[in-house]
Design a protein around this ligand. Structure first.
Ligand code: FAD
Length: 545
């Protein structure tokens, strides 16, 4: 890390937001809305000018692209044959909302009721629903559970996929109820997925919140600005040190510092600032400001295995990707009319089910995609050279708990990420049930004619032991990590339910890391909900001060 001796004075602000991702964009837009507060945004990544960010199908081009992606790798996982888990995370304005799969999903109402039961007063479903609605611009219009006119566009699939209809019909044949809306409080069933797009373009939070806010004179956005340390004096956050072009800067906050660095960036910044497990900090020579064992603990993620199928008809995205002519036509369709396969994320349908009928709510999500791939690693995504589709069986409520810790006191070094997947028998059994359900759907009348062959895990996988071996070999993180700066009312909680860091004044964490448990669904919409609710709390506290 190169620095000048004296940090450059970057000014005084009411609020400093570190990390301009799903949460950071929303927080910054809301805090600067009144024009009353001067807000500084610090983002380690660059501007979101890369074309493929905005084209929905471009998702695959961002998955392992260092231009916009941190490309973290976990430590080897003991129960997964020592494999590491690739962890893409957005390093660009909009953060991970600029590189994610764009599926709009809120989770189950009971997830939020559980948050309240665990001491997070004010976070039950009835109290978070208004913030989901406030954020939302639902294409189907407003109703009791949906909002319209909010910054975040939520749309139905722009492309009609024949295979998606057949998946839904087959899932209903297999016993799931039909469900046209997974976000109205009733989650179980099979149906179409909605997206955070306007049917043409990705609707990241940079597009939704930051684009309209950037004209404001009271909002300063610094890109390529890596926050390296929080300045904490007398148990109060007073500012942030950050690196820009190898030069150390310091910005001061009159009001609050709001850490929005995401599930890996936020605990790492707190730890580098002396807020973390005392023993670990001392090991790296970092002065302990406050011994907080919860910082970086409680990492949770969904865990999934994909089932891949060769399709009998050339009606999948593989067929576009593998044909230069179809690719050219699709490109022209998009450039000229903003239509065609490039407007799709390919994840067109899915479902929620219970791995055991005795459960009170779904713990399995099935994601149906009209593509299949040979390889998806930190080297990129390679589609199969023939028509294919994929059903991912996701375990939504794993018992596994992991951690994020420092590997080095260098703020530019990646942290150590440990998931401890497959910690319990339930983790294995739920996923086995999910895979069996996915396979049985492909054997129903509506979908069977489209199945030429099960490629993965393969028809030879039949017994529980076979499934277990396949899960250990092929199971991966579902890229929905949360919990590393968990809110709660217990001594290990990092934040209180107003997201204030315990024991430190003027400091909050606002992003996916504060979730006490991972919701049963994709995590972008819940993160934006958290940002909306946190912004209200921050402004409320400012008025009361
Ligand atoms: C490949 C992929 C696909 C996904 N698909 C979906 C999906 O389809 N639907 C869905 O709902 N969810 C999806 N998710 C998950 C979802 O996008 C995330 O849960 C959500 O974006 C997390 O938001 P966040 O604000 O916590 O973090 P982020 O959006 O990651 O924001 C953190 C920001 O902080 C910046 N930052 C970090 N450290 C520093 C620092 N020290 N200084 C300055 N800046 C810093 C980062 O660069 C980043 O911009 C997906 C995730 C991935 C990786």
């Amino acid at each position: 890390m190169k620095t000048t001796a004296e940090p450059i004075n970057a000014g005084m602000f009411d609020y400093i937001v570190t990390g301009v991702g799903s949460a950071g964009c929303a927080v910054a837009a809301r805090l600067s809305e009144s024009g009353r507060y001067r807000v500084l945004l610090l983002e380690a990544g660059g501007k979101d000018s890369y074309w493929w960010i905005h084209v929905p199908i471009g998702y695959s081009r961002l998955f392992a692209n260092p231009r916009v992606n941190w490309m973290f790798e976990s430590e080897p996982e003991a129960e997964l044959e020592g494999r590491t888990m690739y962890q893409p995370r957005g390093k660009v304005l909009g953060g991970t909302s600029s590189i994610n799969g764009m599926v709009y999903m809120r989770g189950n109402p009971a997830d939020y009721d559980l948050w309240r039961q665990r001491g997070c007063e004010g976070w039950d479903w009835d109290r978070v629903l208004p913030y989901f609605k406030k954020a939302e611009d639902q294409e189907r219009g407003a109703d009791a559970t949906h909002g319209s006119g909010g910054p975040l566009r939520v749309s139905d699939q722009a492309v009609h996929w024949e295979l998606g209809d057949h998946f839904i019909a087959a899932a209903v044949e297999a016993g799931l109820p039909a469900n046209n809306d997974f976000n109205d409080g009733e989650q179980e069933g099979a149906g179409p997925f909605q997206n955070t797009t306007d049917r043409k373009e990705r609707w990241s939070t940079a597009t939704a919140y930051l684009r309209p806010a950037r004209r404001r004179a009271n909002l300063v956005v610094r890109t390529d600005a890596h926050a390296t340390r929080l300045i904490v004096e007398d148990d109060r956050a007073k500012g942030v040190e950050f690196l820009c072009d190898g030069v150390l800067n310091v910005a001061r906050a009159r009001g609050e510092v709001i850490v929005c660095g995401g599930v890996y960036g936020s605990p790492q910044l707190l730890q580098l600032s002396g807020l973390g497990p005392g023993e670990m900090l001392r090991e790296f020579g970092i002065p302990v400001v406050r011994d907080m064992p919860g910082v970086g603990a409680d990492l949770q993620d969904h865990f999934y295995v994909r089932l891949a199928f060769r399709c009998t008809k050339p009606i999948t995205l593989n067929d576009v990707a593998n044909s230069p002519v179809k690719k050219l036509v699709a490109g022209l369709q998009y450039m000229l009319f903003h239509k065609g396969p490039l407007t799709s994320n390919g994840i067109c349908a899915g479902g929620f089910a219970r791995s055991d009928p005795r459960l009170d709510r779904p713990d399995i999500q099935l994601n149906f995609s009209v593509w299949s791939f040979k390889e998806r690693t930190n080297r990129g995504v390679v589609p199969h050279p023939f028509p294919g589709f994929t059903i991912s069986a996701v375990h939504l409520r794993p018992d596994a708990r992991g951690s994020v810790t420092l590997k080095s006191p260098d703020p530019l070094a990646a942290p150590a990420i440990r998931f401890n997947f497959l910690r319990t028998q339930y983790d294995l059994e739920a996923l086995t049930a999910g895979m069996r359900l996915a396979r049985s759907i492909t054997q129903q009348g509506a979908l069977a004619p489209y199945v030429a062959e099960e490629l993965l895990p393969g028809a030879e996988v039949q017994s529980d032991a076979d499934f277990e071996a396949s899960i250990r070999k092929n199971g991966v993180s579902n890229l929905h990590p949360v919990g590393t700066c968990r809110m709660g009312a217990d001594p290990q909680a990092v934040c209180d339910p107003r997201l204030r860091v315990n024991g430190i004044l003027g400091l909050r964490v606002v992003d996916a890391s504060v979730m006490p448990t991972v919701p049963a669904g994709n995590t972008n919409a819940p993160t934006i909900m958290i940002a909306e609710k946190a912004s209200d709390m921050i402004l409320e506290d400012a008025r009361a001060a």
